[in-house]
Design a protein around this ligand. Structure first.
Ligand code: B12
Length: 518
């Protein structure tokens, strides 16, 4: 029998999290596990006897999202005791690596070789990669690769497998294999010696493990996943979040499944095209997104009949901002309307050049757009790939134009700010002054999220920083308190070329932020 527990590792050793934007649904993990859940739901193979072969409300109890190791540890240990997993799936983004190590170590202490601990997600994907692009060239391990860290003794030997890339098909395969191993009385943690046929599993993925101080790797053949046939996460795991901007409606995380890459290539961002890969199956993306919204309405009607549905589109920019895909999406919603309100992201310049589409999108349910303002003077931070129309007007005046347009259309705007990219203190102050003015005039942007730029491994495109990431980016101590209210932030891993933030500047930004939102 497969007994699976899936956990998004925490990003902080202790303390709270940013308040502006968060979720109760670990959607990255839902995406990775959706096909396994689908097999369980439809009683296929070994998954039919797993602990996921239950209604989704029960299934989601064995999928956890942790934020603070200290606060969320009791919940994790309780889940370990209840599920007694033979397959522990840990998803970790880069700041969460120390949290993943802590969780894996506890599971190993409790179950030893009877549990197979698998680490996947963005950190693995950005630190174990093909050195010449997607599926090209030999596999490289960044200095922060968990395999290297285990081999060099910087972290304990706590992960049996580390998987970079797409998990949708590999996780079902792992479950099946572990089920068979258990039937034969072979310890689940020995799975790396039973990999027959694994290379045929679809998806772009690289599987690695560490044995006797050496790293080993197996790669898939790169058989593409047909994104049109992927199960929909909320069908499999339900919806546990309600974003404030949608008036109490439950909020599904929708995704058009055009891959993890963005249409743009901003050099500080993990979604940048050159790291995350280019867009996939864009021509059918509108239908996929429509199906996801449709599923959200269906799931809310079934699981919470007193409530209504909303959705936030997690695409880096909604349908990559493609005019034809957006128009197709609007047409589908016009023909087959849904009782749903939704939001997503577009860039400043996408918004100004898609006025008409935006007004049609509003009519079919678009209530909210989240825009990355980041900073007031892109030139000061070395430019941003998304700043396309810099020759026409300043970034600030284009933001103004966007807020004016969205306010006239009745679309609420939220925004993200990013510090630690090389901007001056004066620019920071100016930025908050502008925000005060905009909020007084338009009532937005709201919410506003503040972040301190973290250098991610970016498949080695990290300007030689070669951080190892095995220590918490914000160690226990005064910075934990100072960064309360921030989204992502770190002390140890500043962006290439920038100094670590001082306590004074972190508090200065936070004070300006608090006065903005009070
Ligand atoms: C939704 C989201 C969230 C949600 C849900 C988080 C969650 N744990 O699920 C919330 C708002 C809570 C959140 C929080 C954070 N997030 Co976030 N988030 C996203 C977002 C917008 C979508 C994620 C997604 O589903 N992508 C689509 C899927 C298909 O891709 P994927 O996530 O890479 O997952 C695939 C593979 O990685 C793999 N996989 C994933 N998990 C696992 C696990 C196993 C075992 C295996 C085998 C495979 C596997 O299979 C998946 C399917 O192919 C992305 C940006 C983006 N558009 O991707 C940022 C992003 C992933 N987040 C990011 C970050 C940094 C964070 C935070 C650390 C920020 C912070 N506050 O400090 C926290 C971490 C919280 C936590 N404990 O996990 C970064 C990660 C960068 C990096 N190098 O690590 C991203 C890329 C944004 C960015 N541009 O910087 N996030």
């Amino acid at each position: 029998m497969i007994r699976v527990l899936a956990v998004s590792a925490p990003e902080l050793p202790s303390g709270g999290i940013g308040f502006a934007l968060t979720s109760r649904d670990p959607v990255s993990l839902y995406n990775a596990c959706r096909y396994a859940a689908f097999l369980a739901e439809n009683r296929v193979g070994m998954w039919s006897e797993s602990n996921w072969a239950v209604p989704r409300i029960q299934r989601r109890r064995s999928v956890l999202l942790m934020h603070s190791l200290q606060d969320d540890l009791p919940r994790f240990v309780q889940a370990l005791e209840e599920v007694r997993p033979n397959l522990l799936l840990l998803g970790a983004m880069t700041p969460c690596l120390p949290g993943a190590v802590a969780c894996a170590t506890i599971a190993k202490e409790m179950f030893g070789d009877d549990v197979c601990v698998v680490l996947g997600g963005r950190h693995a994907t950005e630190t174990i990669y093909h050195s010449a692009g997607i599926c090209a060239g030999p596999v490289a391990h960044h200095h922060g690769s968990p395999i290297r860290l285990m081999a060099e003794g910087l972290i304990p030997l706590c992960f049996d497998l580390v998987i970079a890339g797409e998990g949708e098909h590999l996780i079902p395969w792992l479950g099946e294999t572990i089920g068979h191993l258990e039937q034969r009385g072979i310890p689940c943690a020995r799975v790396q010696f039973h990999l027959d046929g694994v290379c045929d599993v679809p998806g772009n993925w690289i599987m690695s493990w560490c044995d006797n101080g050496d790293g080993f790797t197996v790669e898939g053949k790169g058989i593409p996943i047909d994104r049109n046939t992927l199960p929909i996460p909320c069908d499999m795991f339900g919806i546990g979040t309600a974003f404030d901007v949608f008036d109490g409606r439950l909020t599904a995380h929708a995704f058009s499944d055009t891959g993890p890459g963005c249409a743009f290539d901003c050099n500080y961002c993990s979604e940048r095209r050159s790291t995350a890969g280019s867009l996939l199956q864009l021509e059918t993306s509108a239908t996929r997104l429509y199906r996801q919204l449709h599923a959200a309405v269906r799931v809310v009607a079934h699981d919470s009949p007193q409530q209504k549905a909303s959705a936030f589109v997690e695409d880096s920019t909604i349908l990559a901002g493609s005019v034809s895909a957006l128009k197709q999406f609007v047409r589908q919603l016009e023909r087959f309307p849904l009782d749903i309100r939704f939001g997503g992201q577009l860039t400043i310049d996408q918004i100004t050049s898609r006025r008409e589409i935006l007004s049609t999108l509003k009519k079919v349910g678009l209530d909210y757009l989240f825009i990355g303002i980041e900073t007031l003077n892109p030139n000061e931070i070395g430019g941003m790939s998304k700043d396309l129309k810099q020759a026409t007007a300043s970034w600030k005046s284009r933001i103004d134009e966007v807020l004016d347009l969205l306010s006239s259309l009745g679309i609420q705007a939220g925004s993200a700010l990013l510090f630690g990219l090389g901007e001056s203190v004066h620019s920071r102050e100016q930025l908050f002054e502008c925000l005060q003015g905009w909020r007084a005039r338009y009532g937005m942007p709201h919410p506003v999220s503040i972040n301190w730029a973290v250098q991610h491994p970016l498949k080695g495109e990290d300007h030689g920083m070669q951080y190892r990431y095995h220590e918490w980016g914000i160690p226990d101590g005064p910075f934990i308190e100072a960064f309360q209210g921030y989204g992502e932030a770190s002390i140890l891993y500043p962006i290439a070329g920038q100094a670590r933030p001082t306590l004074d500047e972190v508090l200065h930004v936070r004070a300006m932020y608090e006065s903005l939102i009070s």
